[in-house]
Design a protein around this ligand. Structure first.
Ligand code: CA
Length: 234
């Protein structure tokens, strides 16, 4: 893969410059857009590998940008926003964002999230199915080779983070995984340990997709104060 191309959508020049400097040091290529209209235009013409998206833009709400992009592209979108309420995160993730980073963010954390998104791009572009391995638990089926998840006959569309989360729990079915362990496995060590609120959000959106009644989950059980466990269905 050539140098990854990142589109920075941000109207705050200081933040935009900070991200640009960080990307330069990593030898990523980038372009900047400072409003919604140019973000959509750049997404179409520049075809970035990953989009970093601020939600509060002068001419548009970032969530609408996500919906627009999702109507024609699966490019990873990482939201970088000052909105820190869980409801804002869920709205952005439901609209199709892949990840969510709250301002102020650490540069290491931003890079960790970018690496996760870029690994997914690589996976997608070399989707050669080797020997097929399939996980089955009740109605839930994960086809690891194809990267697809099914509930009964129905295919479930997960974002990359939700998929990683589900695979991690599935591979450890029956075991309780602590929140810090999960966060490290998903985002890597660059992620600020202790901030597990994003994990809570991803767990909520994942459950909404795989559980019949997300308020009474049968697949992923919460162990309050500890973590989560995938339950083997009888
Ligand atoms: Ca803004």
């Amino acid at each position: 893969m050539n140098k990854p191309q990142i589109l920075i959508v941000e109207d705050d020049t200081a933040v935009s410059n900070l991200i640009a400097t960080t990307l330069e040091l990593q030898e990523y290529q980038y372009r900047k857009a400072s409003n919604g209209a140019s973000a959509v235009m750049e997404a179409l013409s520049y075809r970035p590998d990953v989009m970093l998206l601020d939600l509060g833009l002068p001419d548009a709400d970032g969530v609408d940008i996500i919906r627009k992009i999702r109507s024609w592209s699966n490019m990873p979108i990482i939201v970088v926003s000052a909105r820190s309420e869980d409801a804002d995160k869920v709205e952005a993730l439901d609209a199709g964002a892949d990840d969510y980073l709250t301002k102020p963010f650490s540069v290491d954390e931003l890079l960790a999230r970018l690496r996760v998104a870029l690994r997914r791009v690589r996976c997608d572009s070399q989707k050669v199915s080797g020997e097929s391995s399939v996980y089955r638990n009740g109605e839930l089926k994960i086809d690891y080779a194809a990267g697809c998840v099914y509930l009964g006959e129905k295919e479930i569309h997960l974002t990359p983070i939700e998929y990683k989360l589900l695979c991690l729990l599935a591979k450890n079915t029956g075991k309780v995984l602590t929140r810090n362990f999960i966060v490290r496995e998903i985002w890597g060590s660059g992620y600020a340990a202790g901030d597990t609120s994003s994990l809570w959000v991803f767990m909520a959106t994942l459950r909404k997709k795989i559980e019949t009644d997300p308020a009474h989950p049968v697949y992923i059980r919460t162990h309050v104060g500890i973590g989560y466990r995938m339950i083997r269905q009888g």
